[in-house]
Design a protein around this ligand. Structure first.
Ligand code: NAP
Length: 170
């Protein structure tokens, strides 16, 4: 069984990591869809799709996840929710199930006839990407909330500096 896990992953945090591990206990292979792939260089979406791919791959590698079981594929958004499932399908290998908690994602894949697996909320109140980005902007301890590999890539690529520049006013 191959499953699909869509997310924006701005950034990929420890909650997402737990979902990946949970999914790989239930599926042979997992497709991590890096959604909103067209977005980058904003405070809400600081990282490019390619940077997110690098961060996710490094995190999985350092956590000992078998990379041969995982595909990481960027998919841009479209302005038509009703056609999104078909759009995603053109970018990824065939899959039988979807791993999601996001209500819109669940609804769209269920309407398209897919089995949707709902992971438990892994410390959901603690691992919130919006809060992690706020810590990144204000010099807080954001590293505590992301896997080591993600922290490495964020620092290597200068993402914190990018966000601070985006915050600057004339
Ligand atoms: P996300 O916030 O990065 O989260 C990804 C998934 O992980 C969600 O199902 C989320 O559930 C789950 N999650 C996060 N932290 C968790 C934790 N601690 N424990 C368990 N589960 C956790 O991304 P998202 O907003 O769901 O991403 C959906 C992507 O699909 C976006 O890029 C969106 O633009 C795209 N999309 C596009 C279209 C279109 O183009 N028309 C339509 C639909 C979706 P929660 O709900 O609990 O956060």
């Amino acid at each position: 069984m191959r499953a699909l896990f869509p997310g924006r992953f701005q950034p990929f945090h420890k909650g997402h990591m737990k979902v990946v591990e949970w999914a790989l206990e239930r599926a042979e292979e997992l497709i991590v869809v890096v959604g909103s792939a067209q977005e980058s260089h904003t405070l809400q979406n600081p990282m490019t799709a390619g940077e997110r791919v690098l961060a996710i791959r490094r995190a999985l590698e350092l956590e000992g996840v078998e990379l041969r079981r995982v595909y990481i594929i960027p998919v841009p958004d479209i302005l038509m929710n009703s056609a999104w499932v078909a759009h995603v399908k053109t970018y990824v290998p065939p899959f039988e199930a979807v791993v999601a908690r996001n209500p819109l994602v669940r609804l769209l894949f269920e309407e398209a006839g897919y089995r949707v697996l709902e992971p438990p909320p892994f410390e959901r109140e603690k691992y919130v990407a919006t809060n992690i980005r706020a810590l990144m902007m204000t010099g807080g301890n954001w590293e505590e909330y992301v896997p080591e590999g993600v922290a490495e890539v964020i620092k290597e690529l200068g993402i914190i500096e990018r966000m601070r520049r985006l915050m600057q006013k004339d």
